[in-house]
Design a binder for this molecule. Structure first.
Ligand code: ADP
Ligand code: MG
Length: 247
């Protein structure tokens, strides 16, 4: 018998997103206020995580840090193996290429059609025009907007606008999707539809999702639920989360 340790069949992959001892403050001097406290979180590849928590608890702040939209002040945050603490502007921009960000307000450009809004997200990528066209049509079909491609946002319902925003986030096939209350402006049915579409496409693409929501009806779509309270991250079961936010 050899004393060598067993070789694992496949090496454990490193988490897609990893943060340790993350703190964040807003303001200067006497107005300085801490909004995130010692956040420690690992998110694995392909995981679908839902984050809940009261308004003002720090969810959006944490999402913008993960999205490389804001500099890390204190602690460590790494995205796909790239550390964002002390990262240069160029490194931060590079990290954003792997991330699809869906904001609470869909942020579509009103003077562009559905097709053109989605196309915008591809312009920084290096794909041919033909490949871009195929991808745009495929993703718009996947979110059920194949017959709305040439509409302007003002002619769409709330659910259709949010589905356009999802198509825009997914068209570049990002490895990570960060969605900040994407269903807040939608009715029950379209809210769940939108998240189901996002989940299905993400599972197909092996993409990792972190979704912030107050919506109890979609908690069952998550692999894991976390909760933010006053800038602290607490783990909760789905049941606790529902009890905490009855609706
Ligand atoms: P949530 O998304 O959970 O509602 P936020 O991350 O938006 O929470 O906000 C957390 C706290 O930080 C709140 O007290 C909010 O008022 C404050 N805050 C958010 N953004 C800023 C900012 N740009 N400048 C100063 N304070 C901010
Ligand atoms: Mg928020």
């Amino acid at each position: 018998m050899s004393n060598l340790p067993e070789t694992p069949i496949s090496a454990p992959s490193e988490p897609t997103i990893s943060m340790t001892h993350l703190n964040h403050h807003y303001g200067q001097g006497s107005l300085r206020k801490q909004v995130l406290f010692d956040i420690n979180l690992q998110i694995d590849r392909g995981e679908i995580l839902i984050m809940t928590g009261p308004s003002g608890s720090g969810k959006t702040t944490l999402l913008t840090l993960m999205g490389s939209l804001r500099s890390i002040q204190d602690g460590s945050l790494s995205i796909l193996g790239h550390e964002l603490f002390n990262a240069s502007k160029e490194q931060m921009t590079l990290a954003r290429r792997d991330i699809g960000y869906i904001f609470q307000a869909h942020n579509l450009l009103n003077f562009l059609t559905v097709y053109q809004n989605v196309e915008m997200a591809l312009e920084i990528q290096t794909v041919t025009a033909a490949e871009a066209d195929t991808r745009i049509r495929n993703v718009l079909t996947a979110v059920g907007l194949e017959d709305r491609m040439n509409y302007y946002p003002s002619d769409l319902s709330g659910g259709q606008k949010q589905r356009t925003a999802i198509a825009r986030a997914l068209v570049s096939q990002p490895k990570i999707i960060l969605a900040d209350e994407p269903t807040a402006a939608l009715d029950k049915k379209s809210g769940r539809d939108v998240v189901e579409i996002m989940e299905k496409l993400a599972r197909e693409q092996g993409c990792t999702i972190l979704l912030v929501t107050h919506d109890n009806r979609i908690l069952d779509l998550a692999d894991r639920i976390i909760c933010m309270e006053d800038g602290h991250l607490v783990n909760r079961s789905a049941v606790d989360a529902i009890v905490q936010h009855p609706k």
